[in-house]
Design a protein around this ligand. Structure first.
Ligand SMILES: *[C@@H]1O[C@H](CO)[C@@H](O)[C@H](O)[C@H]1NC(C)=O
Ligand SMILES: *[C@@H]1O[C@H](CO)[C@@H](O)[C@H](O)[C@H]1NC(C)=O
Ligand SMILES: [Mn+2]
Length: 597
């Protein structure tokens, strides 16, 4: 059944400024994305040229000039296909014909932008892209008198040709009587060509239709949420679409959205994205899916609910718990419910905040399969590790404003204590007032009616690192993956060491899943041998394995079935190991307690 095969691929919320922080993290990437410094390469190229010269001179001294010329041409041919960057993902399936100079140029641009700007600069701005919609979409007839639309493109140091292509696709593929304006919101880019050259382009485009393109430029970096608000403020259309700037819209992208909002002004919509490959800029079709999130408020795709599958028509809109970043809404309605939370910093969580607010305060969210947008997914996501700080801070803010008695799940997801975590979430009084003014429903309603797939974690009593009194610098760790043997390891408090103890006696090791369709890894005592094991909880339950433990904070951890204890013992190697053995009175503590146990 399709419903069982639920996709829950963790993806980055789509709208991350293309370049934000890229320069900071460029040098911290994983070893398989090794980057050679351009200076080194220039030097190598120069060296190669000198070698060639020497070779030539040597040959000419030998008086074999004609042959030399030939062999040099031949050599040059081979050189042409020589890859200067065998490690670079940019060239893994692109760029075979590039000369060395071109390779250097392309690689530099790729490093700067995270996608193939060299190629983008050479493709026509009005290129055609394949129609990736369901065949039923092209047959649909939309009303003529649809609301007008303002398109907002948000960017920070985007490549000029990428922005131009986005604008070009919007102008060419939106009925001109419906396209009110295109607003370019520059969150304080430093790129020179995004100033004069872009302004010239805007002037040129506006000659045909005065006022069509507008640019809003922040005078300091204000972050994603504020950039979107600036765009919304400048918009004049009845509907506003807030998009990334590294996109191309598909044929008929606007009509299904406008028709839906015309029918119900309280629906907030998202088109369906295709993936534009960062290297070849080819468009890869993605199917429609709901936009979801976990308790840390990271975004992910999730399959639509069973009701959507019952429609048996993949061109129909599907309900969605949230939006991933690209959103389309009635401009006034979006204003009435508070646009976006200005208290959000840099990146993350603002889309989930919108999702929850829309549902709780009188609207709904849908993903519209017939509206498609091709979106570049950048090659390296170098910001992934370090964006977690603003992400965590913003998630706590969302929880504080919206999540009522469930707000501590966000703390659990980030392995933070409930109180005194020392993270400043800013002033929430305005947003709390807004919630009251709009008479929004409680979060429980959202969990029950909109997002029942989110596990409420109501049985959790403890979480965090699990330590034995005898060796407090060692923590239980999920051990090698793949693998099923938990180990003792120096405490680092990251996900592999996150343990959860549930009221029903289960101990999860290596993090906890947010969704009921996922399963945690349960600690179990097989009953024989002297090591504990980890196994998928659902499987372990089906097999009737011993996954229940009696544990009181600060006391022993004893398996309810085998009566053996989880303990530590020094091996012959003098290191401490996790063992299952007859209880000798060893005691354990879990980092954070939800409820006394
Ligand atoms: C793109 O623009 C060029 C120049 O105006 C034109 O010749 C060409 O037909 C256009 N291509 C498409 C696919 O519209
Ligand atoms: C563990 O305890 C059981 C029952 O109390 C006993 O039969 C067994 O011999 C003990 N095992 C060891 C290794 O001491
Ligand atoms: Mn994006």
């Amino acid at each position: 059944m399709r419903i069982v095969a639920r996709v829950s691929v963790l993806v980055f919320c789509l709208t991350v400024y293309s370049l934000m922080y890229l320069s900071f993290f460029r040098h911290q990437e994983g070893s398989n994305d090794k980057i050679e410094r351009p200076e080194d390469l220039e030097f190598l190229t120069r060296l190669k040229r000198i070698e060639d010269q020497v070779y030539k001179i040597a040959k000419s001294i030998e008086g074999k000039n004609d042959q030399v010329k030939e062999s040099h041409v031949e050599q040059k041919k081979i050189m042409k296909v020589k890859k200067l960057y065998p490690q670079s993902f940019l060239f893994s399936s692109w760029g075979n014909e590039l000369s060395e100079e071109e390779q250097i140029q392309a690689e530099k641009l790729y490093q700067d932008y995270g996608y193939n700007v060299f190629l983008s600069n050479r493709l026509p701005l009005n290129r055609t892209i394949p129609d990736t919609r369901d065949s039923r979409c092209a047959e649909k007839i939309y009303p003529k008198d649809l609301p007008t639309i303002s398109v907002v493109l948000i960017y920070f140091n985007e490549a000029l040709s990428i922005i131009q292509r986005a604008v070009c696709s919007i102008i060419n593929r939106t009925p001109s009587h419906l396209l009110k304006d295109i607003i370019l919101v520059d969150d304080y880019s430093s790129n020179v060509d995004l100033q004069l050259a872009l302004d010239e382009y805007i002037d040129q485009m506006n000659k045909d239709k005065p006022g069509l393109l507008k640019k809003v430029r922040h005078t300091r970096q204000m972050g994603l949420a504020k950039a979107r608000i600036s765009g919304w403020e400048a918009a004049t259309g009845q509907v506003v679409a807030i998009l990334d700037a590294h996109i191309e819209v598909h044929e008929q992208w606007a009509e299904p959205l406008l028709a839906r909002i015309k029918a119900d002004r309280t629906t907030v919509l998202s088109p369906v994205f295709d993936n534009v490959k960062f290297d070849t800029l080819d468009v890869v079709r993605y199917g429609p899916a709901a936009h979801a999130f976990d308790w840390a408020l990271w975004c992910m795709y999730e399959s639509f609910r069973p009701e959507w599958f019952k429609l048996n028509d993949p061109s129909e809109p599907g309900k969605s718990p949230s939006v991933m970043g690209i959103l389309v809404a009635n401009r006034q309605f979006l204003g009435e419910i508070g646009v976006l939370d200005e208290g959000m910093e840099i990146y993350g969580g603002e889309n989930v905040e919108l999702g929850i607010r829309v549902w709780l305060c009188g609207g709904s969210i849908e993903v519209v399969p017939c509206s498609k947008i091709a979106h570049i997914e950048r090659a390296h996501k170098p910001y992934s590790r370090d964006l977690s700080k603003p992400m965590m801070r913003n998630a706590l803010r969302v929880a504080e404003i919206w999540m009522d008695e469930y707000k501590s799940n966000v703390n659990i997801a980030w392995n933070l204590p409930f109180k005194d975590h020392g993270i400043d979430i800013g002033d929430v009084t305005e947003r709390r007032k807004l919630r009251e003014k709009l008479k929004c429903k409680p979060f429980k309603w959202y969990l029950e009616n909109v997002y029942p797939l989110l596990d409420t974690w109501e049985n959790l009593v403890g979480y965090g690192a699990l330590k034995n009194d005898l060796q407090e610098d060692l923590c239980i760790d999920q051990g090698p993956v793949p693998g099923s043997v938990p180990i003792l390891y120096n405490c680092h408090y990251y996900n592999p060491q996150h343990c959860h103890y549930s009221r029903n006696g289960e101990i999860y090791v290596g993090g906890i899943k947010s969704h009921i369709y996922n399963s945690n890894r349960c600690l179990l005592d097989s009953g024989s041998g002297n090591t504990p094991t980890l196994l998928d909880c659902k499987q372990a339950k089906e097999k009737g394995l011993n996954i229940e433990w009696s544990f009181t904070q600060g006391q022993e951890i004893r398996n309810k079935n085998t009566n053996r204890c989880l303990e530590i013992a020094q091996g012959e190697d003098s290191y401490y190991h996790l063992v299952m053995q007859n209880c000798t009175g060893q005691n354990w503590k879990i980092q954070h307690v939800v409820k006394e146990f």
